[in-house]
Design a protein around this ligand. Structure first.
Ligand code: DX5
Ligand code: ZN
Length: 214
């Protein structure tokens, strides 16, 4: 089954509760945390996540685009994340492993994320313990960018590794997902689709979510 995870990066932050309710027919809610260092943008952090948790029962899929994320795993878990993804480029492998260990101790689902430059094989040291792998289909940092078709190969390679070592692991894609690109990523092996502008930019949001369920 294909799952849709609308990204609140494209929501109206002054009407966040309303905009979260508008995507309640989706499966997950994607929360983009950016620190202005790992990526050239600053978005939201722990206090906002805590407020979101009070107002929704949706599964909170929290994408950490921050340097040395190991420092913040417990804080985001306590704030109400259901799943945390850390970028493999954001710290040394020992610290990525430590971040995953902390996720386990905090009872949140574990994910790693790959920038477009990162090879599929980079997930191998962690794959057996992961709940989800997030393959970026744009350079992380901003919503509304064009889908990178070259990432279809990475999605296929990650899917092959998942099938071999941990078939229960989910494969999420993020960036430029719209009705035109959704069938391509699903064919390549993705099963969780993040979408920001394609959902919040639509006049009929439930229909836009349904249109991505290829
Ligand atoms: C980008 C974020 C994405 C972003 C996707 O760095 O990680 O989640 O919101 O936006 P769209 O769907 O508009 O490309
Ligand atoms: Zn994201």
């Amino acid at each position: 089954m294909i799952k849709i995870s609308p990204s609140i990066l494209s929501a109206d932050f002054c009407n966040l509760e309303r905009d979260i309710q508008r995507v309640s027919s989706a499966d997950y809610l994607h929360v983009d945390v950016m620190d202005g260092a790992f990526v050239p943008n600053i978005t939201i952090g722990v206090p906002v996540l805590k407020s979101i948790r009070k107002h929704t029962d949706m599964f909170l899929d929290v994408h950490l685009m921050i340097e040395k994320p190991v420092r913040y795993i417990e804080a985001f878990a306590q704030a109400g994340a259901d799943l945390l993804s850390v970028h493999l480029e954001a710290d040394h492998p020992t610290q990525i492993a430590q971040a995953l260990k902390l996720m386990g101790q905090c009872g949140v689902k574990k994910a790693v994320a790959l920038r477009p430059i990162t090879k599929a094989e980079a997930i191998l040291p962690y794959l057996e313990e992961l709940d989800l792998v997030l393959v970026m289909t744009v350079e992380p940092g901003f919503g509304g960018q064009a889908f990178m078709e070259t990432q279809l190969d990475t999605i296929r390679q990650v899917r092959a590794l998942i099938e071999k070592y941990n078939p229960a692991c989910e494969l999420e894609v993020d960036g430029g997902i719209a009705p035109k690109t959704a069938p391509l990523v699903v064919e390549a092996g993705a099963n969780v689709l993040v979408a920001g502008s394609a959902v919040y930019g639509a006049a009929d949001i439930p229909a836009a979510i349904q249109a991505l369920r290829v």
